[in-house]
Design a protein. Structure first.
Lengths: 202, 227
């Protein structure tokens, strides 16, 4: 049995990963909390990556990850395995993140009475900056801000492909769109990023 | 291939996601088009920047807290987590529409019975109808609108009623001597004269009977909302 490491990284091949997930899903359907824990450990980093790039805040991203796995638990009985668990989870995370942004936007609009701009969507993460070179930190921040300024649809496609390593087909499955649309959205997202990051990358 | 066609595939080309056939076609265009080549270069360059993107780290304690919360949720301990997001699984799974999972801890609500035919609106009957047209006593049979399953029954009932009245009038004429009919009277029974009989294009019958000051009508008309 291949066990996932703490960071979810293993030496499994793609097919082994799918099979391993499928076995864990079956155990989770029977209420096995250890299976849930393993699925969580295997996919939490990727889920966090998607969520962070869509909500722009570490704390919000963690909230999205937690809610996404709750959606998984509540919906696992209906999961038939016609897509991989990974693709299914990424769909859930993507839409949960987009939902969360709307919830956050609505909440801030109410509490701040419109006096303050929407933080997560308009700015980068509020977490302490990683201990890296200043230039790299600035680029990270610039990317965060640029990502926050492209459309939700284009960003979701770009995040899944460019930052999570999914294929166009997987992105299409995850977002429920055609491969042609995936290509178009990724193209538009990167063109927009090129404009927004022009001063940073020359 | 022109630039507009090529543009649809430049991202796929930059990412190596095109088929060999598509690649060949686009490569031929790129050999001739410096502008599209530049776009491919830009796409790859941005991708390279994104490849260097690093996420802010998450502390183990954060993961542990979430793990505990998930376990508690699974085991039904404590209050269920109030979610800020919806389980929008429908429409996401590429399974057929009828097989899409429904994410809910609760049983699905009963499927409502779709009523193709809305309940008919209350129609004025009896006194209400009389009040609407004080000079007449109306017996109103209104067939339902459109493709309602029992529309034919209203037609049959209307036709039968009309036939009955006509038959009564004719029987009267046949069995006993009747006073001469007024010029516009079709038949007469006792004090009731059949004044008019109309059939419209919607297979409805409009039949008026009665004397000049005491009109009785059997009125079969199409639904007011039809047409």
């Amino acid at each position: 049995m291949v066990e996932a490491g703490q960071d979810g990284q293993t030496d499994e091949t793609a097919s082994q990963e799918v099979e391993r997930d499928a076995a864990l899903v079956e155990r989770l359907k029977e209420g096995d909390s250890k299976a849930l824990d393993q699925l969580f450990r295997r996919h939490r980093d990727a889920a966090y990556g998607i969520a962070f790039r869509l909500v722009g805040s570490r704390e919000d991203a963690l909230d999205v990850v937690q809610e996404s796995f709750i959606h998984v638990m509540r919906g696992i009985q209906a999961f038939r395995g016609q897509s991989s668990f990974r693709t299914w989870l990424y769909r859930i995370v993507t839409h949960a993140a987009l939902d969360y942004r709307r919830w956050r936007s609505h909440r801030q609009a109410e509490s701040l009475d419109g006096l303050t701009a929407l933080e997560p969507a308009a700015t980068g993460p509020i977490h302490p900056a990683p201990q890296e070179e200043a230039a790299e930190r600035d680029l990270q921040k610039a990317i965060d801000e640029a990502l926050a300024n492209i459309s939700e649809k284009n960003r979701a496609a770009l995040v899944l492909y460019a930052l999570e390593g999914m294929s166009y087909k997987e992105v299409a499955d995850a977002l429920g769109i055609s491969i042609g649309t995936v290509m178009s959205r990724i193209f538009n997202a990167r063109q927009r990023l090129r404009e927004l990051l022009a001063s940073e990358i020359g | 291939m022109d630039c507009d066609e090529a543009k649809q595939m430049l991202a796929g080309y930059a990412d190596g996601e095109l088929s060999s056939l598509e690649n060949e076609g686009l490569a031929a265009h790129l050999e001739q088009c410096g502008r599209c080549r530049q776009i491919v270069h830009d796409q790859q360059r941005i991708q390279h920047v994104l490849d260097s993107y690093e996420l802010p780290p998450v502390q183990d304690s954060d993961w542990n807290n979430i793990g505990k919360a998930l376990k508690a949720e699974l085991e039904g301990k404590g209050e269920p987590v109030q979610l800020k997001t919806r389980p929008r699984i429908e429409g996401l799974d590429p399974t057929p529409e009828t097989q899409r999972p429904i994410v809910s801890a609760e049983p699905p609500p009963p499927v409502p019975i779709v009523r193709e035919v809305p309940a008919p609106a209350a129609r004025p009957r009896g006194a209400a109808a009389a009040a609407r047209t004080p000079a007449m006593t109306l017996i109103t049979v209104r067939p339902r609108k459109g493709r309602q399953p029992f529309r034919w029954m209203a037609h049959v009932a209307g036709a039968a009623a009309a036939a009955l009245v006509v038959a009564m009038g004719l029987a009267t004429l046949w069995t006993r001597a009747a006073p001469p009919l007024a010029p516009n009277t079709l038949a007469r029974q006792d004090d009731v004269a059949i004044m008019e009989l109309e059939t419209d294009a919607d297979y409805s019958v409009i039949l008026y009977t009665g004397d000049t000051n005491d009109v009785v009508a059997i009125w079969v008309e199409p639904d007011e909302s039809s047409g």
